[in-house]
Design a protein around this ligand. Structure first.
Ligand code: IVH
Length: 671
C-alpha cells in the first residue's frame, strides 16, 4: 500500500466520520451543527478522494447519499417475515372492542398497556442491517415480496448507513418513509412555478421518489423516515415495544418518539386518540390516524396474527378531510414557463374548518384519467398541499348535462399555439412576450428569495403591465417617479420607497439573481449551487454544458436548460441591458474578512430588520457560522420578537444575547 494511498484513506475515513456525524445531527436529531455549505464542502472533499481512489467508495460511504449510476430495472425482494397491514378502527367504541377481543383471546381481565403512535401517511419499507451495515432496503409490495430499493434508501439522510452503539448483528427495521409538509408544499410550488405537473399529496410524491431507477433524483427529494417496528432481530430483543423503539433510536435510527405515548389502559388510549387528533394540524407531517400496539412483546407473540393483520395492533383512523361539491368551471393558468395548467373552480365547501373554492387538477392526463367534466359532483380533499386535491368524480350523481373539458391548443391569454415538449403532459405557450408569462416572470423576479423587492406585489405588477410601463425585467430599473404616479393610490412617500426598494435589489447576491431569472429547472437550491461555482453572472453565462455537468448535483436536464437560457438571443439582450443598468451581481459568499472566524450565531424569533438568510450571509461573509440550534458551542443568539425556547436555552447557558440592532452594530464593528 503506497503512503499516498494510506494518507488518502486516513483522510477519507475522517471525512466520512464527520459527514456521518453531521448527517445524524441534521436528519435524525434535527440539531444541525454546521451550515449546508460547510456540509457540501466536506462532501466535495470526500468525493474528490473517491474520484482518485474509487475503491474507497464503499456502500457505507456518505458519498452514497448523492446517488450513483442508474439501475436497469428493479429486482424483487422477499421478506423474511411478512410485512403485515393493520385492521382499521374509527372511534373509541371500535377501540374498546379491540381491547375486549384481546383480553378474551388472552383470557385475562387486567388492564393492558398500549403504545400509541401516529399513523404516518407514506410508504412502508424494510431495512436490513448486517453487522450494523445497511445491506438492503425493500418496499412492502404485497407483504411477502416487495421491490429492492437499496440504492434509493441510501440517499435518505435520516437512514443510517451504519448503526451505532450496542446494535444487534442482524436487524430488519420497519418504518414509514415520508415527506414533511413544508418541503412538500415548497416542491409542489416550485413545480407549479416551473410549469411541471404537481403531486396530489406527500404520499404520492414519496412513492414516486422511491420508484426511481436513478437514485440521483431520489437524492434531491427531502424524504425522511420514522421507524416503528422490526422484522428479524438477532440476540435478545427488548421486552416491550416502547423499549424496542428506544433501542432503535439508540442504534441511530429515527423514531418520532416525541409524539409516541404509552397508555395504561384502553380509556387512556382513547384520550391519546383525541389528543392526537387535536395535534394533527400542528404536526409537520401528514398523519391519517393513530396506531395502537400492545406494549409487552411476549403478549404480541401470544396474540399472533390472523390472515394479513396482527391481533395485537390496530389503526384508529381520523376522519378524511374530504367533502363533496360541484365542479363549476375550469380556469386555465399560464405560468412563467408558458405551462398552461387547469385549475378547478368549485362551489365553495367547508372542509374541516377551511373554505375551499378551487382544487388542483394536476395535468390533462389526470382529467382524462378521472374523466372529470364541468358540472360533475366531485370529492375534494385537503391533502397537505396549499391547494386542495380533486380526488374523484361521483359518477352516480351525473345528470347527463355535464360537459367534457377540452384540452386547449391555443394560449388563453395571447392566443399563440401551444406545444407539448418532451415530457408530453404539459402544453406550453411558446411566446416569450406573452403578457401572462411576463407577469409571472416579474412576480417571480421580485419575490422573496429572488430579488426581494419589497412592496412590488401582484397588484402593482398588474398595473405596470396594464399601463404598458414595462416589457421586461430591465424596464423595472428604468421606472421614474412620474411613471409610478400613474398608479392608483400612489403618494410621494410610497413612490420613493418603491424606487429605493428597486434600486436596493441591485445589491442582491448572485444566487438570488440566478433564481430570479427563472431558468427552467433551476430552483432556489440549484441557484445556490450554481452561484457557488461561478463568481460572476458572466462566468456562468459562458459555461459549457460539460462544465456544468461536472458540478455535483447538476444533471443533463439542468445543464441543458442553463445553456439554452444563456444562448437565447432575447435573454442575452436582457442581461446586457441589466448590466448596463448596474445589475451585475457576483458571488459574495466568499468570506470578505475572517473577523468572526469560529464564532457561532443563532437567529431566532420573527426578525424585522433582515431575513434569516441575510443574517446568515452577513455572518458567513466575515468567516462566522450560523447554526439552527442553541448549544454550548453557540457564541451569540440574535433575537427578534416572539423568540421562545431558543432564547430560554441561551439564557440558561449564559450565551450572549443580541437584539437585531446590536447584531448589526457588531457586524459593523468587526468590519
Ligand atoms: S405497524 C404489524 N405502525 O400503516 C405492524 N404501521 O396498514 C404493521 N403505518 O403498512 C405496521 N405508521 O405502512 C405501523 N406507527 C405505525 C405506522 C404504520 C404508518 C403504515 C404502514 C402499514 C400500514 C398499516
Amino acid at each position: 500500500m503506497s503512503n499516498q494511498f494510506k494518507a488518502a484513506q486516513q483522510q477519507h475515513q475522517e471525512l466520512a466520520q464527520q459527514l456521518h456525524h453531521h448527517n445524524y445531527q441534521y436528519h435524525t436529531l434535527d440539531q444541525p451543527e454546521i451550515s449546508d455549505a460547510e456540509y457540501d464542502q466536506l462532501m466535495q472533499q470526500l468525493l474528490a478522494i473517491e474520484n482518485q481512489y474509487p475503491e474507497l467508495a464503499t456502500p457505507e460511504s456518505p458519498s452514497q447519499r448523492v446517488g450513483s449510476t442508474p439501475l436497469e430495472g428493479f429486482t424483487e425482494a422477499t421478506h423474511a417475515s411478512p410485512m403485515l397491514s393493520l385492521e382499521n378502527a374509527f372511534n373509541g367504541e371500535d377501540l374498546k372492542s379491540f381491547d375486549s377481543r384481546i383480553k378474551r383471546f388472552l383470557a385475562q381481565t387486567d388492564d393492558l398497556e398500549y403504545i400509541c403512535e401516529p399513523k404516518l401517511d407514506g410508504v412502508a419499507v424494510a431495512l436490513t442491517y448486517q453487522q450494523g451495515k445497511l445491506i438492503r432496503g425493500a418496499t412492502r409490495g404485497d407483504g411477502t415480496t416487495g421491490e429492492e430499493i437499496t440504492h434509493n434508501v441510501r440517499t435518505i439522510g435520516a437512514i443510517p448507513l451504519t448503526l451505532q452503539n450496542d446494535f444487534p448483528d442482524q436487524l430488519e427495521v420497519r418504518g414509514e418513509i415520508y415527506m414533511e409538509l413544508e418541503p412538500f408544499r415548497k416542491l409542489n410550488q416550485q413545480r407549479r412555478e416551473e410549469g411541471e405537473a404537481t403531486f396530489a399529496n406527500p404520499r404520492n410524491l414519496t412513492a414516486g421518489s422511491l420508484r426511481q431507477l436513478d437514485a440521483r433524483l431520489t437524492a434531491t427529494r427531502p424524504l425522511t423516515i420514522s421507524c416503528y417496528g422490526i422484522g428479524e432481530i438477532s440476540g435478545t430483543a427488548p421486552e416491550t415495544h416502547f423499549k424496542l423503539l428506544q433501542a432503535l433510536r439508540r442504534w441511530g435510527l429515527k423514531v418520532n418518539l416525541e409524539v409516541i405515548k404509552s397508555a395504561k389502559n384502553i380509556e387512556s388510549v382513547i384520550s391519546c386518540y383525541n389528543e392526537l387528533q387535536q395535534l394533527r394540524d400542528q404536526l409537520p407531517y401528514e398523519i391519517d390516524g393513530m396506531v395502537v400496539k400492545v406494549n409487552q412483546r411476549v403478549l404480541q407473540q401470544e396474540l399472533g396474527e390472523k390472515s394479513r393483520t396482527p391481533r395485537w395492533a390496530i389503526a384508529c383512523k381520523f376522519p378524511a378531510r374530504q367533502e363533496e361539491t360541484i365542479l363549476e368551471s375550469v380556469r386555465l393558468q399560464v405560468g412563467r414557463t408558458g405551462a398552461v395548467t387547469p385549475v378547478a373552480n368549485l362551489r365553495p365547501v367547508n372542509i374541516s374548518g377551511v373554505t375551499v373554492s378551487s382544487a388542483s387538477l394536476h395535468n390533462w392526463d389526470e382529467i382524462e384519467r378521472l374523466d372529470i367534466r364541468v358540472g360533475d359532483t366531485v370529492i375534494v380533499e385537503r391533502a397537505g398541499d396549499v391547494i386542495p386535491d380533486l380526488v374523484r368524480v361521483v359518477k352516480e350523481k351525473r345528470t347527463g348535462n355535464e360537459t367534457p373539458i377540452e384540452e386547449p391548443d391555443h394560449c388563453p391569454v395571447c392566443h399563440s399555439p401551444l406545444l407539448k415538449e418532451a415530457d408530453g403532459v404539459v402544453p406550453r405557450c411558446q411566446n416569450l412576450s406573452c403578457p401572462a408569462r411576463l407577469k409571472e416572470a416579474l412576480k417571480h423576479y421580485c419575490s422573496r428569495g429572488a430579488m426581494d423587492i419589497e412592496g412590488l406585489g401582484d397588484r402593482l405588477i398588474d398595473q405596470m403591465l396594464q399601463l404598458n410601463l414595462i416589457k421586461n425585467i430591465a424596464d423595472l430599473y428604468r421606472l421614474t417617479k412620474d411613471d409610478l404616479f400613474q398608479f392608483d393610490r400612489m403618494g410621494d412617500k410610497l413612490a420613493d420607497k418603491l424606487l429605493q426598494a428597486i434600486a436596493a435589489s441591485k445589491q442582491r447576491p448572485l444566487e438570488n439573481f440566478i433564481f430570479g431569472l427563472g431558468i427552467r429547472h433551476v430552483g432556489r437550491h440549484l441557484a445556490k449551487v450554481l452561484s457557488r461555482n461561478f463568481k460572476t453572472l458572466e462566468e456562468l453565462s459562458n459555461a459549457t454544458g460539460d462544465e456544468l455537468l461536472a458540478i455535483h448535483e447538476i444533471g443533463a436536464q439542468v445543464s441543458d436548460s442553463v445553456v439554452r437560457f444563456f444562448t437565447d438571443e432575447n435573454n442575452h439582450k436582457l442581461l446586457k441591458a441589466l448590466a448596463e443598468l448596474g445589475i451585475n451581481p457576483h458571488n459574495n459568499q466568499q468570506a470578505s474578512s475572517n473577523r468572526l472566524q469560529g464564532q457561532v450565531f443563532v437567529f431566532t424569533g420573527a426578525l424585522e430588520h433582515f431575513s434569516r438568510q441575510e443574517g446568515q450571509a452577513l455572518v458567513e461573509a466575515q468567516g462566522g457560522r450560523a447554526s439552527g440550534s442553541v448549544s454550548k458551542k453557540t457564541d451569540y443568539v440574535i433575537v427578534g420578537p416572539g423568540a421562545g425556547s431558543k432564547l430560554a436555552k441561551a439564557e440558561q447557558l449564559g450565551i450572549t444575547i443580541l437584539s437585531e440592532t446590536d447584531f448589526l452594530e457588531l457586524i459593523k464593528q468587526e468590519n
